[in-house]
Ligand binder design. Sequence first.
Ligand SMILES: CC(C)(COP(=O)(O)OP(=O)(O)OC[C@H]1O[C@@H](n2cnc3c(N)ncnc32)[C@H](O)[C@@H]1OP(=O)(O)O)[C@@H](O)C(=O)NCCC(=O)NCCS
Length: 138
Amino acid sequence: MEIRELRPSDGAEVRALWQASGVRIRPGDDDVSLARLLSHNPGLCLVGCEGDRIVSTALVGFDGRRGWLYHVATHPDMRRRGIATRIVREVEERLRAQGCKKLNLIVWDEEEDAMTFWTAIGYRRERTVEFAKPLADE
Ligand SMILES: CC(C)(COP(=O)(O)OP(=O)(O)OC[C@H]1O[C@@H](n2cnc3c(N)ncnc32)[C@H](O)[C@@H]1OP(=O)(O)O)[C@@H](O)C(=O)NCCC(=O)NCCS
């Protein structure tokens, strides 16, 4: 698998991958929002490719204090081959090189497999509760 940076032209393909993977498509997933995420975080939003096909994604925002991971996903027919682990390790390395000291992510309550995955690759559940407020229609 080749890991490369997400391109603005990948929008439709990654949204199809997220849909197939059970990832909730969010307001930040349209082409304009993805392009903004890419321009704010050069080199940090990655896709894993087998030939021409995108099989995995990991989006990252680094705000100068924390890194935030979004949409870590592997296509259902490519799972349990270490693909998500590889792409997350690549993100970690790139963030470390930028001085980021901690990487956060959100897992929904019912996503047991995701929790098992994160635990298996060295992430720990924090004792925090997330608060949020939409600033635009969702
Ligand atoms: C979670 C997800 C990204 C894992 O992708 P993957 O490429 O299959 O992960 P890896 O092969 O790197 O798995 C690494 C380890 O995590 C654990 N793991 C991964 N998926 C697991 C599952 N479904 N059940 C139990 N353990 C799992 C295993 O320990 C695995 O190592 P092993 O295969 O040697 O036992 C993938 O299942 C997915 O896209 N899920 C839907 C989207 C999602 O939930 N994303 C996370 C959002 S927070």
